[in-house]
Ligand binder design. Structure first.
Ligand code: GLN
Length: 544
């Protein structure tokens, strides 16, 4: 079945591109270059599809479209109003997506809470949609939170009763209610909700907190949610006799349950207080761990360190020393950059596998340049009047004044260079990866950086922009200007993440084994090949 997913965000921002990750979590980027809500990332990972940017509808997009139509004269003579003009626009946007690729099912998630003023036009539009498409073709699923009061020792169903009532007052009768809760909810409570909210008992579904989000489809299956939906909108699926529909998913969930051995990866960034800010990276690391048969332990380290303060730097390095691999994610602005640069330096000195993504890759280039003598090397994003702006703004970006949607966005081709670790990881000549940046590796420094050993592993097909750098005689040092995390899937880990996690695991083995055990492994393990011809003394040094 072809399934499209739409996320509606009732805020006024046109897209989420200019929102601080602390406000909104990660900004997801679609292949066609739209900056969207992170829920689209969940949809892509769960459905294993690539959704177009129009799958994220905001109040900003709806109003902008209506107002520009009004300016063009499309509504000449009419008084333009929320109903019908805004609601018509919403319906049109939903239909545009469903028509785009002949989808069988279109899932529309309306964000926010029933009763929010800003979601009302959307609820009204969706109500009209059901009326127009026929109630056999449209169903409503109401997701509610059922709190548990410890002191009273009971679940409270009133919020669900009230929000269902509120929905009914707007003409929307929920066909199914999904109860989010911390613990399992029993049938008596479900019956009570069915009774008061006027839905079938079979249509009350409970999704208590799961160990991993990937378990939720299995929970929904246990609750027979699929069968109810299929019957309700005539999808013709017989879940009882077609159990293999979820076989692959069960395998995915099992592969994510491995408890040992553990690999510890540190994400060194500035939004570490909010895990959602790095959600696709987190998921990609889990997919890669499952692929390698290891358990992923993610540590979030703030890069906001005063590196000039010796004690602070020492404490930071102490934390870094506990990691099997370091990941430097993307970011904007100079806060935390010096900490990221120190982490790059630490990884080079201590041969710890390190993966730089976007700003992380830029930090690798900057730190490499500093190490070979360009002392003030930096990105012109953080400082002007630099002697060595090794990362600089792209020419076409210099003319742009607006901030929203103006970066280099979306999927671009990238050519991989023969003989690099990156090409080995991908096993392909040409890849497509998604971008979101204004700054680039500065071509003026291409020769000097390459001569000194920073290998270019990928460029645009015309050779013009450097997309990937790596260090050949390091266990794993790869930085990419794009965001590979948007393309990782639970059933198909991203090759760079898979290769990075493998190197981190090898590194851990290396650190945790005795010298003799290591010598034995050296001949059989690629990562250690570089030590093959080293003296015992050198190997010992490497062990420390
Ligand atoms: N701030 C950097 C740039 O604009 C990196 C962006 C990112 O990490 N997504 O180029």
């Amino acid at each position: 079945m072809k399934v499209a997913a739409i996320k509606i965000d009732p805020y006024l921002n046109w897209d989420s591109g200019t929102l601080n990750p602390y406000q909104h979590g990660e900004v997801f980027v679609t292949y066609d270059g739209m900056e969207t809500d992170l829920d689209l990332g969940h949809y892509e990972r769960f459905l294993d599809v690539e959704l177009p940017g129009i799958s994220n509808i905001t109040t900003g997009k709806v109003y902008q479209s209506v107002i520009s139509k009004e300016r063009k004269g499309d509504f000449l003579g009419a008084c333009v109003q929320i109903i019908p003009h805004i609601t018509n626009e919403i319906k049109e946007m939903v239909r545009e997506i469903s028509a785009k690729d002949n989808y069988d099912v279109v899932l529309v998630e309306l964000g926010g809470t029933v009763g929010d003023i800003e979601s009302q036009p959307f609820l009204e539009a969706l109500r009209q949609l059901r009326n127009e498409e026929g109630s056999k073709n449209v169903m409503f699923v109401h997701v509610t939170f059922v709190p548990y009061l410890n002191a009273a020792g009971e679940f409270k169903t009133k919020p669900t009763q009230h929000s269902s009532k509120e929905l009914r007052s707007m003409g929307i009768n929920p066909d199914m209610i999904v109860l989010r809760s911390q613990e399992h909810i029993d049938d008596d409570i479900k019956r009570k909700i069915a009774h008061f909210c006027d839905v079938d008992f079979d249509a009350v579904v409970n999704t208590p907190d799961a160990q991993s989000i990937y378990e939720v489809p299995l929970v929904l299956d246990r609750e027979n949610a699929g069968q109810f939906i299929s019957d309700r909108i005539n999808l013709g699926i017989d879940f009882e006799n077609d159990k293999n529909t979820l076989n692959e998913w069960e395998e995915i969930v099992n592969s994510l349950k491995i408890q040992s051995p553990v690999v510890t990866i540190g994400i060194v960034g500035k939004y570490v207080e909010l895990e959602d800010a790095y959600i696709s990276i987190r998921e990609s690391l889990h997919h890669a761990a499952a692929k390698n048969g290891v358990k992923m332990n993610i540590v979030y380290l703030s890069s906001d360190v005063d590196v000039k303060d010796e004690n602070e730097l020492k404490a930071f390095e102490e934390e870094l020393s506990k990691l099997d691999g370091i990941l430097i994610p993307g970011g904007f602005g100079d806060r935390g950059v010096e900490g990221k640069l120190s982490a790059v330096d630490y990884a080079i000195e201590n041969e710890v596998p390190i993966f730089g993504i976007c700003l992380g890759m830029q930090c690798m280039v900057i730190q490499f340049a500093r190490r070979i003598g360009m002392e003030d090397a930096n990105s012109s994003e953080f400082k002007t009047d630099l002697e060595y702006p090794v990362i600089d703004m792209m020419e076409e970006q210099k003319k742009i004044k607006n901030m929203g949607g103006t970066m280099r966005l979306g999927a671009y081709d990238c050519k991989l260079i023969d003989g690099t670790k990156t090409k080995e990881a991908y096993g392909e000549d040409l890849i497509q990866e998604r971008h979101r940046h204004r700054f680039e590796y500065n071509n003026e420094y291409r020769d000097v950086l390459t001569e000194n050993g920073l290998v270019i592993a990928g460029t645009t097909p015309d050779d013009f922009l450097v997309e990937i750098v790596e260090l050949p005689d390091h266990p794993w040092f790869i930085g990419c200007q794009f965001h590979p995390e948007f393309k990782s899937r639970p059933n198909n880990a991203h090759p760079l993440f898979a290769s990075f996690v493998k190197a981190a695991f090898d590194n851990k083995e290396y650190r945790n084994n005795t010298e003799d055990e290591i010598f034995e492994k050296i001949n059989s393990n690629k990562t250690f090949n570089k030590y093959k011809n080293s003296s015992r003394e050198e190997r010992k040094y490497a062990l420390v």
